[in-house]
Design a protein around this ligand. Sequence first.
Ligand SMILES: [Zn+2]
Ligand SMILES: [Zn+2]
Length: 406
Amino acid sequence: MNKDIRNLSDRIEAVFPKMVQLRREFHQAPELSFHEEKTPARVAEILQALGLKVRTKVGGRGVVAVLEGGKPGRTVALRADMDALPIQDEKVCDYRSKVPGVMHACGHDGHTAALLGVAEILAGMREDIAGRFVLLFQHAEELVPGGAQEMIADNALDGVDAIYGVHLWTPFPYGVVGLRAGTLMAAADSFRIEVIGKGGHGGLPHKTTDAIVIASHLIVNLQSIISRQVDPLQSGVISVGHINGGQAFNVIAERCTIEGTVRSFDQEVRQFIKQQMERVIEQTCQMYGAQFELKYGWGYPPVVNDSSETTRMAAMARRIVGDDNVWEIPPLMTGEDFSYYLQKVPGCFAMVGAGNEEKGFIYPHHHPHFDFDERVMKTAAELLIRSGLGYLSADSPEVTVGNLYR
Ligand SMILES: [Zn+2]
Ligand SMILES: [Zn+2]
């Protein structure tokens, strides 16, 4: 087995062109959350050709492949997500999205291609593996309630002892791996507020209740919750990302809708922010004599990494990118439904640097110009393989020496 792991970089180099080809294939044919059809079908086809036991339509649209090692042992899961976003691809390159208004702007195409590469490599060393790999290709990460819960409900984690996952991450340069024990990512909630006033003539405001003016006050007042109500040593975010009201320049709007997101790391802070929002919305609307409707959407819980598994993954990352390039990072305000897996089994989720200024991969995730350094798929694949094999062999001396961060 050691010999095989020593050859791992060669094996990864050998499948890298295929990963790039698959990534670009997925990139050109992105599918929205809960609408994945061709992607899971293609994934299943590739996994079946590798001789893995494949189950499709798991939890709706997910694919689960089981790779039985040649020797008995524990079971480790690796996860990739497959969905794209409702964003128009504005990049100029020959593999840009061919689907108007839909784009792989988060790198899930890279996750899927990298895990397919992992499948091929593991299939080639099957006899030496003591235990079992469960490869989870998840649908609908980007849209609450998400595919993870559905796949778990459909037994995707049955028999699984530990899980690892990665996210390609352009805010970090290629060659870096960022992770942390404990809370890595925020709880991500959403809200929609409809302010209901009384419409009328733009020249006769005294006869109306101007929903746009009230919504404007509301947006400003909501900002004071984080800055003035939440303990400064705690943290949270309230962001309004969408506002819609009115039809014509000289008509006072009867209704105005505000939509946004709330991020937090702590369950108590999460509850508190929601309570304060209700108070601010109610009292702001009352002050101007308007009604309102609030829809608060509880999103994914925080991503909480297991400390031993984080130590293991950090140790593996150091072998791949070197000591100085494994960063212990502060928690991120993004959300991920990988959190649901981590509620069931211990594991770790890591951010793998995918940015490259020289090559122009400088755009954040969910940006219409988003793209990443494709070499990151090699780092991702190697990190997943090493973490999984490290768990199954469970004899890595590194994991017993405590904290391995620098
Ligand atoms: Zn995303
Ligand atoms: Zn993502």
